[in-house]
Design a protein around this ligand. Structure first.
Ligand code: SAH
Ligand code: SF4
Length: 381
């Protein structure tokens, strides 16, 4: 049957509604979620706690389809990169980064990105479309499956997920929130709220709503300590300047039920652009009243950009100023460099269908409209 419903990206409550609509009991949702996300089963006939009739019915109307991996690379340092087919000649990238007991999966949320930050290779490729919830959670499913995690007593390899691949997650609000629910759901991947991080360049209206739907960690891509400089690096700043963005981020973190949560401030250091000591001092002042930890990311050069990587001296100096000002400040080490898996190298393949002139059109309105019919799902963890 054409146009079968893909159950891969359905949250518990959506699956419950689905089973109700096809005249079945709501508790089937829990069984099917476990089959898909804990055991990696996509064939309904293998879902042995469902009756034969139900299995046949599901086969007729639905499917469990993960996106297709075109290619997989393994780096000498254990990093694994997936190039994933998303139709229309487009591809996205997903990267798995092991670090001791921790295994972080960096997922994409859109095919390309419309926000056009000057230092980002995804931004330089333009925007094609939002990923569906199936395509987002499908990245977690594929990676976990590739490590044998999706089995009875399978090893827990994907321990953390960060939305730091291609795309701006807050521009794809509903699908991102749905996929986060699946990541954090006990019947799926069971990741705690401290192990799922949404990274945003600062779509304030969407950030203001985020707390109603999730309690995951938040990372803000700041990259500059003042509006003049940030306007050049992150065009979205012209619409939502630093003060508004930080106030919104602070409201999010303070709205969470547990205390001691911190916002991660991401700061990509570019040679001679935003790496001066005065920038570090300004940043320290700017963040004074906000619970943050700072992650410095040395800029990763790519073909379409003239920027250069920060020098080691400037990087150390910048970090020292922030540490002396009392901030926990880490430097993101480059991983998977031999397979082009580092931040900002995630290029995938994007057939841009936005006109350049339209690229700066900030689509918060589209986002808020899409969100209108969204029903918050009870939060887990
Ligand atoms: N759109 C979201 C999430 C994806 S970008 C956001 O901007 O936060 C994830 C991170 O990669 C961001 O902090 C971004 O600034 C960083 N990044 C992008 N291009 C980079 C590059 N060339 N070198 C280093 N970091 C880069
Ligand atoms: Fe988009 Fe983030 Fe890249 Fe900016 S840094 S263009 S928001 S993916």
């Amino acid at each position: 049957m054409a146009n079968k419903i893909n159950l891969m990206g359905m949250t518990q409550s959506r699956l419950e509604s689905f089973f109700e609509v096809i005249g079945e009991k709501r508790f089937r949702a829990t069984q099917v979620l476990k089959w898909i996300h804990q055991l990696g089963v996509t064939d309904f006939q293998e879902m042995t706690n469902l009756s034969k009739d139900l299995r046949n019915k599901l086969e007729f109307v639905a499917e469990v389809r993960a996106p297709e991996v075109i290619q997989q690379w393994d780096s000498a340092d254990g990093t694994r990169k997936f190039l994933i087919q998303v139709g229309g000649g487009n591809a996205i990238e997903t990267v798995y980064i092991p670090d001791g007991e921790r295994g972080t999966l960096c997922v994409s949320s859109q095919v390309g990105c419309s926000l056009d930050c000057s230092f980002c290779s995804t931004g330089k490729q333009g925007f094609n479309r939002d990923l569906t919830a199936s395509e987002i959670i499908g990245q977690v499913w594929l990676a976990a499956k590739s490590f044998g995690q999706l089995a009875e007593k399978g090893p827990r390899k994907v321990t953390n997920v960060v939305f730091m691949g291609m795309g701006e997650p807050l521009l794809n609000f509903r699908n991102v929130v749905d996929s986060m629910h699946l990541m954090m759901h006990d019947n799926c991947y069971g990741l705690s709220k401290r192990r799922v991080t949404l990274s945003t360049s600062g779509l304030v209206p969407a950030l203001d709503k985020l707390g109603q739907y999730t309690d995951a960690c938040l990372a803000i891509s700041l990259h500059a300590p003042n509006d003049e400089l940030r306007n050049q690096l992150v065009p979205l700043n012209k619409k939502y300047p630093i003060a508004e963005l930080l106030a919104s981020a602070k409201r999010y973190i303070e709205g969470l039920p547990d205390t001691h949560r911190k916002i991660t401030i991401e700061y990509t250091l570019i040679d001679q652009i935003n790496d001066r000591p005065e920038h570090a001092h300004q940043l320290a002042d700017l963040l004074r009243d906000i619970p943050v930890k700072i992650n410095l990311i040395p800029f990763n050069p790519f073909g379409l950009s003239n920027y250069k990587r920060v020098s080691n001296n400037a990087l150390r100096r910048f970090q020292t100023i922030l540490i002396e000002a009392g901030y926990t400040t880490t430097v993101r080490t480059t991983r998977g460099d031999d397979i082009d898996a580092a931040c900002g190298q995630l290029a995938g393949q994007v057939n841009d269908r936005t006109k350049r002139s339209a690229r700066y059109k900030m689509d918060a309105e589209r986002l808020l409209k899409a969100e209108g019919d969204y029903i918050p799902v009870k939060m887990v963890n």
